[in-house]
Design a protein around this ligand. Structure first.
Ligand SMILES: [Zn+2]
Length: 253
């Protein structure tokens, strides 16, 4: 196997990621790009925990994990980085500890914070991409506005029961989250969720991240993929910028 000029990848990296480096449109160049990349996982629930496992496996060089909650028993059916013994622990630190064992060669930054208008820019500023692991629209709107302002791609995911959705938002190129959802839908309170739904959506989010960062394949840009686990149907809806969008104004740049 050819080594990169800058020797960014170690022998251990070449071994750990061998099976994905073999993928022709990815190769060691793709692996190097991942190693140099920084992903922010915003929210460490069902989506964020599943996504961060696959980000760590894939060799993302730096992962920032953001959440403000502690682990509860009722989280364990879907938030797979937390185990029974972790109940009461702060989520970012519990998650970081597991991920460091899974892949000690990457940098993991746990951040125990509630994402607000005031701190969001500081949290996402140096990220190459942000993963939406939230369970509420208010914080998604905050993240979307900051991602549009900083021109950072935002991979939206959402679940309810056995259904889910995912789309890739690239500021200046695609519809933003506020183009797609001009207003938050009515709050339904605590929604039912099976663990399989966020697991599926989260792996799709990471698949988008890997392709986006390394530049191959087709992305879910201006397209929303809907999964329906009960009917076992996967459908895609085309999305468009809203020229009256309060966040991006539907603008090209
Ligand atoms: Zn917009």
């Amino acid at each position: 196997m050819k080594r990169a000029k800058g020797n960014v990848l170690t022998n251990s990296d070449l071994s750990r990621y061998r099976r994905q480096i073999l993928y022709p449109s990815f190769g060691w160049q793709g692996q190097e790009k991942l190693k140099r990349s920084h992903v922010v996982v915003a929210g460490l629930g069902g989506l964020g925990t599943s996504a961060s496992i696959y980000l760590a496996c894939a060799g993302m060089g730096h992962i920032t994990l953001v959440d403000c909650d502690r682990v509860e028993l009722s989280n364990l059916n879907r938030q797979i980085l937390y185990w029974d013994e972790d109940i009461g622990e702060e989520k970012p630190f519990s998650a970081a500890r597991k991920l460091a064992k899974l892949n000690p060669s990457i940098k993991i930054s746990p951040l125990l914070e509630r994402i607000t208008q005031g701190n969001v820019r500081g949290i996402i500023m140096r990220a190459d991409v942000v993963i939406d692991g939230m369970d509420n629209f208010e914080t998604r709107f905050i993240l979307n506005s900051a991602c549009v302002a900083e021109r950072i791609p935002f991979i939206h995911g959402g679940v309810n029961g056995l259904i889910g959705e995912v789309t890739t938002i690239i500021p200046g190129e695609t519809a933003c989250f506020a183009c797609i959802f001009p207003e938050a839908p009515k709050n339904k309170g605590v929604i039912p969720v099976f663990g399989m739904a966020p697991a599926l959506i989260a792996t799709l989010q990471v698949m988008e991240v890997v392709k986006l960062l390394t530049g191959f394949g087709n992305l879910l840009t201006n397209r929303m993929l809907y999964i329906d686990g009960e009917g076992m149907e996967f459908t895609i809806a085309n999305l468009a910028k809203n020229p009256e969008c309060r966040v991006c104004g539907g603008s090209e740049s």
